[in-house]
Ligand binder design. Structure first.
Ligand SMILES: [Zn+2]
Length: 177
């Protein structure tokens, strides 16, 4: 929230929120965006909200307020603005409805944000399945799908848990466009 404040962005100015998945370390301050529409894959919604007792890996107390948000349930890839500039790509396996984000930025170019498809550069090299993972076969399929898109889009890949990468990026209030 402090980073958004520094950019003069108030939570009510944000129309959509989408989380790669509902693990606690990725849900962050999402509950601050009370008026935003939550874009979430159907299997993720069911696991994290409807059947959460069956998925102890999710900590409902961290994101329970999101139950009150407007939501758009997704079943697969989704072009958020209809112009290809922001695309949610269905990449299940790490969690039932894990998703990654493809941005086509004018100046920076195509950029893919990994979610937890990979935790580290090494995980990508080794196609390593994370320890906390729902479905290994699905994770491998998702890796193959997303690698294909990275290649065809000539996209940069930012692995979000890669601290060395984060240290090289222009973090908020700096930005990429
Ligand atoms: Zn995770």
């Amino acid at each position: 929230m402090q980073q958004l404040n520094e950019m003069d962005i108030q939570p009510e100015m944000v129309n959509f929120i989408a989380l790669s998945h509902m693990h606690s370390d990725h849900v962050g301050a999402a509950k601050e965006f009370k008026q935003a529409t939550l874009l979430i894959q159907q299997p993720e919604f069911e696991a994290a909200f409807t059947n959460v007792a069956d998925f102890p890996i999710f900590d409902f107390s961290v994101y329970k307020e999101l139950e009150n948000n407007k939501r758009q349930i997704l079943n697969g890839d989704f072009d958020v603005f209809g112009d290809g500039s922001v695309k949610i790509l269905n990449a299940p396996g790490h969690t039932p409805g894990h998703q990654v984000l493809l941005l086509r930025l004018k100046n920076y170019g195509p950029l893919l944000l990994s979610g937890d498809l990979y935790h580290f550069v090494k995980s990508r090299e080794l196609k390593a399945i994370p320890i906390f993972n729902i479905d290994a076969a699905q994770t491998l399929e998702s890796m193959e799908k997303i690698e294909g898109i990275i290649t065809s889009e000539k996209a940069s890949l930012w692995i979000e848990h890669n601290l060395a990468l984060a240290k090289t990026l222009n973090l908020a209030p700096e930005f990429y466009d």
